[in-house]
Design a binder for this molecule. Structure first.
Ligand SMILES: [Zn+2]
Length: 270
């Protein structure tokens, strides 16, 4: 008896990998008693998924079982194409849920612009290999060696590769930072933008700005805000000089579209 959990290839690869793992782990657990019950039958479960807005939908269809058994399986299977039933089988894969997972998963749902990659598989290969098997950042020289060895025909520009590597690393730093400030926002509800030595004009203007952590526009301004951005934020409970909402639009709109968003929530670099 085999159950077949295959996700469609056209799903974004980073998300695909992560969802595949979670679907496998959780659905296998849930389907085991059912599979035991029909142990002598040949057939498979076709699992399809789709993303509707920001929700993952999972649908399970028994195939190749005798007709009577298919009816019985369908009776046993709850309707799996609704949001509630997805939660029921504990496929914790909606983006909402992912905002509470660790930095690695958050990093993986971001698509980083490794421009020497010729397709999404190559991009993913580079993205994953910014880190070693212990999820520790590799040195750039090791990463560069890896890229040249694994993508030998890609005419890699090392300066560009360095820029993109740096963005991936600074993003992970800010993903972790976001998680901490979000958890502690009841104590320190504001963040102060800190730009040390960013060469970008907009970062210099943002320096010192105090914004509410739970403000949607402020979240779009959360660094990194360009490829070489080394900005960060500090938190405070001091509410003087707080700028929020539409007052922040003039700042946000000057950040390039690619960097508007928040890596700690679901920011995706394209
Ligand atoms: Zn910056």
């Amino acid at each position: 008896m085999k159950s077949l959990f295959e996700l469609p290839d056209d799903m974004d690869k980073a998300l695909n990998e992560m969802v595949r793992r979670q679907v496998n782990e959780n659905l296998n657990k849930w389907l085991t008693p059912l599979i035991k019950e029909i142990d002598n039958e040949k057939g498979e479960f076709i699992v399809t998924t789709s993303i509707n807005g920001d929700k993952l939908r999972v649908n399970i269809e028994p195939r190749g079982f005798s007709e009577g058994l298919t009816v019985r399986i369908k009776e046993l299977l709850p309707k799996l194409d609704t949001e509630d039933s997805v939660k029921k089988v504990n496929v914790e894969s909606s983006f909402d849920k992912l905002t509470n997972t660790d930095w690695w998963e958050q990093y993986m749902i971001n698509a980083f612009p490794f421009s020497c990659a010729k397709n999404s598989e190559e991009r993913m290969l580079l993205q994953v290999n910014v880190f070693d098997e212990n999820k520790v950042v590799r040195s750039f020289s090791k990463f560069k060696k890896f890229a040249h060895e694994n993508l030998p025909n890609n005419n890699i520009d090392d300066i560009l590769l360095r820029t993109e590597f740096d963005l991936a690393v600074s993003s992970v730093v800010m993903i972790e930072k976001w998680k901490r400030i979000w958890e502690d926002r009841d104590l320190d509800p504001y963040m102060i933008y800190e730009c040390d030595n960013c060469s970008c004009e907009i970062c210099k203007e943002l320096n010192g700005l105090t914004m509410p952590i739970d403000d949607k526009i402020a979240q779009d301004i959360f660094p990194p805000n360009n490829f070489h951005c080394t900005c960060s934020v500090e938190t405070t409970d001091e509410d003087s000089n707080v700028i929020s909402g539409s007052e922040l639009l003039k700042y946000r709109d000057r950040i390039s579209k690619q960097f508007q968003g928040n890596v700690g929530i679901n920011g995706i670099f394209r």
